[in-house]
Design a binder for this molecule. Structure first.
Ligand code: COS
Length: 384
């Protein structure tokens, strides 16, 4: 749903200009230094990019899902690290509070997340619990007005930058499965909360992940999201339904950028006396990429509109994440292939994107988890 096309177009234009004029020229620097320059972060704040999906009453832009994916298409046309910094505040780092938080929690945290004054992070994955999220072992044992958290969370995006963490932990350590999991807001600086060293990743330099460790970390009872025990896994799944659709949109934007670079290169590079874009085997790669991007873009827009219409889009979000992330991987591969030897050299963005986009098929649920969610939902619907 697009509420006001004029206002949205102004936002899309300014994001697109920001990407072209400020982010693209700084991609190589970010990859080299593993850091996003502070002036760029400040400009992201000014543009309102940290609060795209946070309701207006808490200082955000309150974009509908359709509006949000249109912005994601634009912001993803550069290094994914830039999107990653604003990604958790708009997605998994804030949506637990937006979807299921109490009014007091919303008032306390959302305005600062929307302004980009603080960074939010989402701590679900553990060393022994990745795809099987419901098997997580971090415990939260009630002690008076507090819960005492113990456990380790792994690969947590933006943890080094985060001021608050949405943490899924087991409030009934004896009970297996999803029903004993609760979601907490844990603030940085809480005694017993510490961070591991920053992970060395294949790509996405400038976006940071690390372990988050809880050792007798005392969290006030008021910080249980929604004030309710035992529903934390469902909160996490609802957050991921939205997150997966957002990532699918990011895959579309990144693929559009890679294809644009590959096309430009193919039109400039001369072999056998003419630009390689004139050879049909190169054209096949360009055309397949174009068609697949169009398909993914259409899927994402359809699913976003359905979510805005309050439909349950668990299946569609997984379809989008599955198709768009795999499509993005194929486009990255073809982009390197079209660039030939140059595609293997770091001077060209194709090499960096090839490594950066590999993560899309893994995080916020692997391709295999999306397949599982889709098939299970199909069976459930057929049985109903
Ligand atoms: N929305 C709301 N509730 C949901 C839901 C959704 N999208 N998906 C599941 N639930 C509910 C179920 O209805 C069930 O509740 P009841 O017991 O009341 O029926 C509960 O959550 C448990 O669901 P389920 O039985 O399907 O859980 P499983 O352990 O079988 O696994 C998968 C579910 C595999 C889908 C889940 O573990 C998953 O998404 N894994 C991947 C994790 C992931 O994406 N990690 C990325 C890290 S975050 S960047």
């Amino acid at each position: 749903m697009i509420r006001d096309p004029e206002t949205l177009n102004l936002l899309l234009d300014s994001v697109s200009r920001f990407v072209r004029e400020r982010l693209v020229p700084n991609e190589a620097l970010v990859a080299e230094t593993d850091e996003i320059p502070a002036d760029i972060v400040a400009e992201m704040r000014e543009l309102g990019l940290f609060g795209l999906s946070i309701p207006e009453e808490y200082g955000g832009l309150n974009l509908t899902m359709e509006e949000e994916v249109l912005v994601a298409f634009e912001i993803a046309r550069t290094s994914p690290a830039f999107r990653s910094l604003i990604g958790t505040n708009n997605g998994i780092g804030s949506q637990g509070i937006v979807i299921d938080g109490t009014e007091a929690q919303k008032l306390h945290y959302l305005p600062r997340l929307a302004a980009g004054e603080i960074i939010g992070s989402f701590a679900l994955t553990e060393p022994g619990s990745g795809s099987d999220a419901a098997s997580l072992r971090t415990t939260a044992v009630r002690d008076g007005d507090y819960y005492v958290l113990n456990g380790t969370k792994r690969f947590i995006t933006n943890a080094p930058e985060a001021s608050i963490f949405t943490v899924m932990a087991r409030t009934d350590p004896e009970m297996k499965g999803a029903g004993a999991i609760s979601a907490f807001i844990v603030e940085k600086g809480t005694p017993g909360l510490s961070l591991g060293k920053i992970d060395k990743k294949m790509g996405q330099k400038g976006a940071h992940t690390c372990d988050v460790i809880f050792e007798n970390c005392r969290v006030p009872v008021a910080n249980v999201i929604g004030g309710k025990e035992g529903v934390g896994f469902k909160t996490a799944m609802k957050v991921l339904d939205k997150g997966r659709l957002h990532i699918a949109a990011v895959c579309v934007g990144a693929a559009e950028r890679m294809l644009e670079d590959a096309l430009r290169y193919a039109m400039e590079r001369v072999q056998f006396g003419k630009p390689i874009a004139e050879f049909q085997l190169i054209q096949a790669m360009l055309a397949d990429s174009k068609a697949e991007i169009y398909a993914a873009r259409s899927m994402v827009l359809d699913a976003a509109r359905r979510r805005d219409a309050k439909e349950d889009i668990s299946t569609e979000a997984s379809c989008c994440k599955l198709f768009a992330s795999e499509m993005c991987g194929r486009v990255a591969d073809r982009s390197v292939q079209i660039h030939g030897g140059a595609g293997y050299i770091s001077e060209y963005a194709a090499e960096r994107f090839y490594r950066d986009v590999r993560l899309f098929r893994i995080y916020e649920g692997t391709t295999q988890i999306q397949q599982l969610v889709i098939a299970r939902n199909m069976i459930k619907a057929a049985e109903a």
